[in-house]
Design a protein around this ligand. Structure first.
Ligand SMILES: *Cc1c(COP(=O)(O)O)cnc(C)c1O
Length: 712
């Protein structure tokens, strides 16, 4: 496969391997590689916002020449490059050893979004980060997997908040030539262009490669000159509100994605759909089988046996339903090619209880033998939501299984915390971090050392927030109250709650403001105060979500709250890293059971930031009684917000605040540190992407691949 990489001809031969490193996201989860770029040029590393590709491109040749003669730098460079090359050369298929008989036995993973690094803005929230972490872990485990997604140059949304607290979307377009991505070329050396089959008038896609360690991620791009403006806009932004354009996105991702794999010569044995957005790819697979001479029913059965589908949300808006006339407009010639009629086709995507349109989740569930939700509770909820799709199934056997999400430990464990653990956990622990016994040794970490590391990370977070507020003040000239709201008055010695996530209304970002007087008392306590940092984006079309955001910003810039509430703009991967490492407690209070999983809490917990969370999603499995705080486990009729807020206040007043401020003579809150250790121990094993991917491989991929072997 030919690639058009960025031009790095100004790099001296001796350090040309920096390009190899910069062009593979391996650098993003290996602190040693990040450090290499940092020591190459601290200022440019910072100014590029940790983007090695951009930084190398902008570095003058003389400076690179100097580095290529610096013996210390070269020694470090040689070590990191050797580590990278060794990683890339390891043999494939360790976990699916017995199932993988030849190279064509790959799994194709489809997702509408990927959260890999902030320099690649192809995500909106949890679904994307799950997918990004998934790819990194598949790379670490050396699974034979390729991924397909979209190149969205405008990302999701770049958030600014006006003085009135209203969220604005600043226009922005990523520079495709200054990121760890490469354009894929055809044999003649021109950009590869693929036509999406059976769509008329035609839509074309260009293709980009993101190398996620050993896993290739192919990104489709409709912003190319072969397309008219409407088609060019298909991949501009994530989750467009316009239904027809949304359908066109899903056609391109599913059908175009399958075609791209074919044109790259990648024969995939198994498809894994991360949510229903790409489910149309199954139609292409069925069509291929029909081309081999099978009937529609036979072909669909074969496809089903090799399809994995993960549903991610019980929130109705999270499931795309397209009106039948719209489906007819794009698929009326498609059902003929499948040898079925209109009714049979539409029935594939019709939910028996809601016949209002073509439901992508119902469609994917019907055509996938392997189906799961993303936590035990979500598995149950998903079964209730969808059991009518299988009216004849035995009630005892759940139609949808549960595989609880996990987070990629090397990505989310802060490097300084990792160094501390290296001193006390058994050697090689990070390579085997899903083994529970390794984490028992966390008790050997001295309390004072863990506390000191945490405080260091907290200071770092506060530095970042303050610098951001300073920039808004000095460069953007925002009014002073917005500087306060941005967190300028935060105090690192004060107990700090963090709440950062998408501002979907069911997440109830404003729950803690139910009783303002009671909250104020805690915030302004003379000896044991509290402060709260908020961050997150509302979907551009979500008016109620934006109103909640506005309410919080207005509280943050109100002097009554004494500068102890902050709202950090433009939440994304970068601020998520600082926040999950640096606050003291991670707050989560959605309306149960709407939070299918909630992975940010795992990221915090992994770094010794305990959760204060409602019993929903992963926390129903994660809460052990001594690794954080839980509430809201019982159903409440009607509006449950007052009761949930009361529970949060009580936990804060009676448990959390006293424990935090109860310190030893040396200033270490020993009881608190115990909770920190319990939370790290629990998360590192059970809620790691390592555990999760192994579960997918064992429960799903192995079975699906066996059926391929039987079939050939
Ligand atoms: C992990 C992550 C999420 C998902 O977290 P939730 O707990 O599901 O809200 C969203 N956004 C960012 C930037 C993340 O890193």
């Amino acid at each position: 496969m030919k690639l058009l990489n960025n031009n790095f001809s100004h790099l001296p031969e001796r350090i040309a391997g920096l390009v190899e490193l910069a062009e593979n996201l391996w650098w993003s989860w290996h602190p040693a590689a990040r450090m290499l770029f940092k020591i190459l040029d601290r200022r440019r590393w910072k100014e590029s916002i940790h983007n090695p590709d951009k930084m190398l491109k902008e570095m003058p040749a003389e400076e690179l020449e100097r580095a290529s003669q610096d013996l210390d730098f070269l020694a470090y460079y040689d070590t990191v490059l050797a580590q990278f090359r060794q990683y890339m050369d390891e043999k494939k298929c360790s976990l699916l050893r017995n199932e993988c008989h030849h190279d064509t036995q790959v799994i194709a993973y489809f997702s509408a979004e990927y959260g890999l690094h902030h320099s690649l803005p192809f995500y909106a929230g949890g679904l994307g980060f799950l997918a990004g972490d998934y790819l990194k872990e598949c790379s670490d485990l050396n699974l034979p997997l390729v991924a397909v997604g979209f190149m969205y140059p405008e990302g999701y949304l770049r958030q600014r908040v006006g003085a009135d607290g209203w969220q604005e979307n600043v226009s922005f377009k990523m520079d495709r030539n200054a990121a760890s991505i490469a354009r894929i070329l055809d044999d003649s050396g021109a950009p590869l262009i693929v036509r999406v089959p059976l769509i008329d008038p035609p839509i074309y896609v260009g293709v980009w490669l993101v190398s996620v360690g050993r896993v290739p991620l192919y990104l489709l791009d409709t912003d190319i000159e072969q397309n008219d403006p409407w088609n060019r806009g298909i991949s501009a932004r994530l989750y467009v509100g316009d239904l027809e354009q949304r359908l066109r996105q899903e056609i391109v991702l599913g059908i175009g994605g399958a075609e791209v794999l074919q044109s790259l010569g990648i024969e995939h044995a198994v498809v894994h759909l991360n949510e229903g957005h790409a489910a149309f790819s199954l139609l292409e697979r069925i069509r291929d089988r029909i081309g081999e001479g099978l009937s529609f029913a036979e072909a669909a059965q074969k496809v089903k046996q090799t399809t994995v589908f993960t549903t991610h949300t019980p929130v109705p808006a999270g499931h795309d339903i397209f009106p039948f006339p719209l489906i007819e407009k794009y698929f009326s010639h498609f059902w003929g090619s499948l040898g079925i009629d209109r009714e049979t086709f539409l029935e594939l995507g019709t939910h028996p209880d809601d016949r209002s349109g073509f439901n992508m989740t119902a469609f994917a569930l019907r055509l996938a033998e392997f189906r799961n939700g993303v936590s035990r509770k979500h598995g149950e909820v998903a079964n209730q939501m969808w059991h009518n799709l299988w009216p004849d199934a035995a009630a005892a056997a759940p139609s949808i299984q549960a595989i609880t999400n996990g987070v990629h430990v090397p990505t989310w464990l802060e490097p300084k915390m990792e160094l501390l653990l290296n001193q006390h956990l058994p050697q090689g622990w990070l390579e085997n971090h899903d083994y529970p016994s390794l984490w028992e040794k966390i008790d050997a970490v001295p309390d004072a050392a863990l506390w000191e590391t945490h405080i260091w990370l907290k200071m770092k977070l506060f530095d970042v927030i303050r610098e951001l507020a300073r920039k808004r003040w000095s460069q953007d000239r925002v009014n002073p109250s917005m500087v306060i709201a941005g967190g300028a008055m935060l105090d690192p010695s004060v107990l700090t709650l963090g709440f950062a996530r998408r501002f979907a209304t069911y997440k109830r970002a404003d729950l803690i403001f139910q009783d303002l007087e009671r909250l104020k008392k805690m915030l302004k306590d003379r000896w044991r105060p509290l402060q709260i940092i908020f961050a997150g984006k509302a979907h551009p079309d979500d008016h109620p979500g934006k109103m909640i955001l506005q309410k919080i910003v207005n509280i943050a810039n109100n002097p009554e709250f004494a500068g102890r509430i902050a709202f950090v703009e433009d939440y994304g991967e970068q601020y998520a890293q600082y926040l999950v490492h640096g606050v003291d407690v991670w707050l989560n209070n959605p309306i149960p059971p709407l939070e299918a999983s909630g992975t940010s809490g795992m990221k915090a917990s992994l770094n010794g930031v305990p959760n204060l969370s409602i019993l929903d999603g992963w926390w129903l499995e994660g809460f052990t009684g001594d690794n954080g705080w839980a509430f809201g486990g019982d159903p409440v009729p009607g509006d449950r917000s007052p009761a949930d807020a009361e529970a949060v206040y009580r936990l804060l007043e009676e448990k959390i605040i006293p424990l935090y401020y109860e310190t030893s003579d040396e200033g270490v809150p020993e009881g608190w540190v115990r909770v920190m250790k319990n939370s790290m121990r629990q998360t590192g094993t059970n809620f790691s992407a390592r555990r999760m991917v192994k579960e997918y491989a064992q429960k799903f991929y192995m079975q699906a691949m066996k059926s391929v072997i039987v079939n050939v």
